[in-house]
Design a protein around this ligand. Structure first.
Ligand code: TXA
Ligand code: MG
Length: 328
C-alpha cells in the first residue's frame, strides 16, 4: 500500500529525503498531480517511466523552484526571460536549448538537446523543490493513457503501489496540464495548449505565437517531437560483430565473436559500452542515450546493439532504439 499523507512540513521533509534516495513521490502542482523523481538520477527517472507504463521515453518536464534555477540547465533566451517574468511561477512549460554542463539525466530529456522546464506555483510543489534542493522530473501522476490526476485519490487509483509516497493537498486549482511552448525553434510554437493562452503568449512576446493543436498548421503535437538519432547507423539484435562495428551490449558479452575472427571482449574500450552487465533494465534505460552518444563516431562502421528483452522498461528501450535505427 502506498502511503497517502497530508502535505505537512514533516511529510514534505520526508518526501524530499525519499526523492534524494532515488524514490518516487506524487505531489500536487497547480495544474495536475505530478509523479516526481530526481532529474539528476537516471535510474530514478527510469523508475518514473516504468511506474507510468509509458511505451516510450517521452521527454519529461524538469521542475525547478525559480527561473534562476532553470538557467542552470537551459539557455534562457530573451523570449524565455520575458515569459518567465510574466508567467512563472505558473502553468507554463518552456522548451529551450539545454546547457552542456547541465547534469540533468539524458533519459529525462530522452536524448534531445532541448529541455522542458517549468516553475510550479503550488506551495507544496515549491516547498518540496526547495526542501530537496534538486530539480524534479514530474509527468502527470497517472498510468500511461489514463487521465491526468487532479486529486490524491486519482493518483492512488491510477498508480497504486508504484509510488513511494503521495503528498495530498486536495484538488488542483487549474486541473489541466501546463501550456508547453517551444522556444528552441525559430518562431515560438505551442506544443500543448493549457491555462496560459496563445493570446497571452502572443501579447507578451509581441509576435503571433503558432498554436500547434487545432490550428491546422501542425496536425498533432506528437509529430513535432524530435527523436534522438545518432549519425552512425544502428544494427539491432546483433548476435555477433562485423569488423569496424562498435558494440552497445546488454548483459554478458564473453561469448560474442567478431566475424572473420576475434572476440567482442577484446575490442578497445572506446568501441564498447554495456547498458547493463547484469541485465538490469533500469540501469540500461538510464545509460541508453549517453552510451549511444558515446559510440556515435564517424570511425565506427555501425553500432551493433544486442537484443533487449521486450518486457517492462525493455519495451520503451526498444521503441527508442527502433526510432534511432530508422532515422535518415
Ligand atoms: O502541468 C504539467 O505540465 C504537469 C505537472 C505535473 O507539472 N506535467 C506534465 O508532464 O504534464 P507530462 O510528462 O505528462 O507532459 C510533458 C509534455 C509532453 O507532451 C512531452 O512530450 C513534452 O512535454 N516535452 C517535454 N520535453 C520536451 C522537449 N524537450 N521537446 C518537446 N516536448 C517536450
Ligand atoms: Mg501526461
Amino acid at each position: 500500500m502506498t502511503r497517502l499523507v497530508a502535505a505537512t512540513p514533516e511529510h514534505i521533509a520526508e518526501a524530499a529525503a525519499i526523492l534524494k534516495r532515488g524514490g518516487l513521490v506524487a505531489f500536487p502542482t497547480e495544474t495536475v498531480y505530478g509523479l516526481g523523481a530526481n532529474a539528476l538520477d537516471g535510474q530514478a527517472v527510469a523508475r518514473v517511466y516504468e511506474a507510468k507504463g509509458r511505451p516510450a521515453f517521452n521527454p519529461l518536464i524538469v521542475h525547478v523552484p525559480s527561473a534562476r534555477d532553470a538557467a542552470l540547465h537551459v539557455h534562457m533566451n530573451e523570449d524565455a526571460q520575458i515569459l518567465a517574468d510574466k508567467f512563472w511561477p505558473g502553468p507554463l512549460t518552456l522548451i529551450l536549448p539545454r546547457r552542456k554542463k547541465s547534469s540533468v539525466s539524458d533519459l529525462a530529456a530522452a536524448g534531445l538537446d532541448t529541455l522542458a522546464v517549468r516553475v510550479p506555483l503550488h506551495p507544496v510543489a515549491q516547498a518540496l523543490l526547495k526542501e530537496s534542493g534538486i530539480p524534479l522530473v514530474a509527468p502527470s501522476a497517472n498510468a500511461s493513457g489514463k487521465l491526468s490526476p487532479t486529486t490524491p485519490a486519482h493518483v492512488a487509483d491510477s498508480l497504486d503501489d508504484r509510488v513511494d509516497m503521495i503528498l495530498a493537498a486536495g484538488a488542483c486549482p487549474v486541473g489541466l496540464e501546463s501550456t508547453v511552448l517551444d522556444l528552441s525553434v525559430g518562431r515560438p510554437v505551442i506544443l500543448r495548449p493549457g491555462a496560459v493562452t496563445t493570446e497571452e503568449l502572443s501579447e507578451a512576446l509581441n509576435v503571433d505565437v503558432l498554436a500547434g493543436e487545432g490550428s491546422g498548421i501542425i496536425k498533432s503535437p506528437g509529430q513535432l517531437l524530435k527523436h534522438y538519432a545518432p549519425e552512425t547507423r544502428l544494427r539491432l539484435n546483433a548476435i555477433d560483430l562485423e569488423p569496424g562495428e562498435a558494440l552497445l551490449a546488454f548483459g554478458p558479452i564473453r561469448f560474442m565473436g567478431i566475424r572473420g575472427g576475434g572476440a567482442a571482449s577484446s575490442l578497445p574500450g572506446r568501441m564498447i559500452r554495456n547498458l547493463s552487465e547484469s541485465g538490469d533494465l533500469h540501469e540500461a534505460a538510464a545509460n541508453l542515450f549517453a552510451m549511444l552518444k558515446h559510440l556515435d563516431r564517424p570511425e565506427h562502421k555501425a553500432i551493433a546493439v544486442m537484443s533487449i528483452p521486450e518486457t517492462g522498461l525493455g519495451v520503451a528501450i526498444n521503441d527508442r532504439l527502433r526510432r534511432a535505427a530508422h532515422s535518415p
